[in-house]
Design a protein around this ligand. Structure first.
Ligand SMILES: *Cc1c(COP(=O)(O)O)cnc(C)c1O
Ligand SMILES: [Zn+2]
Length: 409
């Protein structure tokens, strides 16, 4: 008996066997992995999970892989911090930060990639590829190197230098496309048709890849002592992470690990690319594509594949959505650094900036448990903040010079 029933169209419900494909042949809807939850319920327990590895693979029963050969750089099981000082600034007594900068390539993308490349090997692929806004490039290149897979990574040409270096070091074929992410993604769809023997993680492997994001819901619930948070704040690029956090919470109820969940899912985008939060605020499910701008490059998807489902999830769960300016992103990166000792990239600045905006608008109760997902590391987007930080003291190597510069006696 298999835990995996197959793939199922999210729109018309048509089912397909497990295979490297992502679109319904009848209605062009997206395909999603369908599980036998009754079977999983009989396998899984809090006790068994406690004995699992300190990685996303402790949740293997709820992930779409079948064999034992994992492509595993030990992604996941990242720290959940009780953010007392930031919480005090925002009037939140139970604010938690999920620190996903503590992953092998310093972003949450390691979660989706460890699942996608494990599946690529199960399907028998020897070449993997992706269209990336940066962090995915790093994660795919690293996991491909670890597994000895051939790798092509497509990025927009304006990517931050640190993300280019943090992909090149793993030796992939890095392809810099003169265009934005949406153009890179379109090119990769054509490449997927032309080279069907390639596993393109966010195209033909998308149904499997996206399942890795569910672990960000599982871990938070486990780390809170098997309790779903009252509210979460999630950054949005394609909208996959946000919708999968919701799916993950629902699954924990289905398999009996928790009795109920009523988590409100809040969405965060940057003003420079806010198709989802704009649709939410306008009260429509119709996400209008935009041309991205601004410093939050890892979230710069103007035509988000899961945008429609993200708006629906936010609305159906009673969440909210906001966007923030580049200046607010920089201020939020500094606020997080100065209050909690955590250095996040621009995407985390978006999350914290929106958390602050929603808190100031009265979205959260002071004692509610609120979790903000910090999805990427600040060393990758240093140019966003360098100019706005305090200058160091520059001194001669003697005490007098130090005292003069630091105003000490
Ligand atoms: C890709 C990414 C996201 C959002 O991912 P989606 O699933 O495409 O919405 C959030 N934060 C960081 C740092 C990312 O790299
Ligand atoms: Zn369909």
């Amino acid at each position: 008996m298999s835990r995996l029933r197959g793939l199922k169209c999210r729109e018309c419900g048509e089912t397909y066997p497990i295979s490297p494909t992502n679109v319904c042949e009848y209605c062009f809807g997206p395909l999603e992995v369908d599980y036998d939850y009754d079977l999983i319920r009989s396998l899984i327990s809090r006790e068994r999970l406690a004995d699992g590895p300190p990685t996303i693979w402790r949740y293997k029963d709820l992930l779409p892989v079948e064999g034992d050969r994992l492509v595993d750089l030990k992604a996941g099981y990242t720290p959940l911090l009780h953010a007392k000082r930031l919480g005090a600034r925002l009037g939140l007594n139970n604010l938690y930060l999920k620190n996903d900068t503590a992953n092998p390539t310093w972003s949450f993308k390691d979660r989706v990639v460890t699942v996608a490349l494990t599946k690529a090997i199960e399907f028998g692929f020897d070449t993997v590829a992706c269209a990336s806004t940066g962090n995915l490039a790093n994660a795919v290149a690293a996991h491909a190197a670890h597994a000895g897979l051939k790798c092509y990574v497509f990025i927009p040409s304006d990517l931050e230098p640190a993300k280019v270096t943090a992909a090149l070091v793993y030796g992939p074929n890095l392809v810099r496309v003169r265009g934005n992410y949406d153009e890179v993604n379109r090119l990769c769809s054509e490449i997927s048709d032309r080279y069907p023997s390639w596993a393109i993680v966010n195209i033909n492997l998308r149904p499997f890849y996206s399942e890795g994001s569910k672990t960000l819901a599982y871990e938070v619930v486990e780390q809170l002592g098997w309790r779903a948070p009252d509210q979460v704040v999630v950054p949005i690029a394609s909208g996959s992470l946000l919708t999968k956090v919701h799916k993950g919470l629902n699954e924990l109820v289905k398999v009996g690990l928790i009795d109920r969940q009523a988590t409100k899912i809040n969405g965060a985008q940057a003003d420079g690319c806010s198709p989802v939060t704009t649709a939410f605020k306008e009260g429509t499910d119709n996400v209008k594509p935009v041309r991205p701008s601004g410093i939050a490059k890892s979230l710069a998807i103007g035509n988000p594949a899961d945008g429609y489902y993200a708006v629906r999830t936010i609305r159906d769960t009673g969440g909210g959505a906001e966007s923030v300016s580049d200046d607010e992103i920089v201020a939020a990166i500094r606020l997080l650094g100065e209050t909690e000792g955590l250095f996040t990239e621009t995407a985390g600045g978006v999350t914290v900036g929106v958390l602050k905006k929603l808190a100031e608008a009265g979205k959260f109760g002071g004692d509610e448990t609120v979790v903000a997902y910090i999805t990427g590391c600040g060393l990758k987007t240093q140019e966003a903040v360098t100019g706005s930080l305090r200058e160091p003291y520059a001194i001669e190597p003697n005490i007098a010079s130090f005292q003069a510069a630091a105003n000490l006696s």
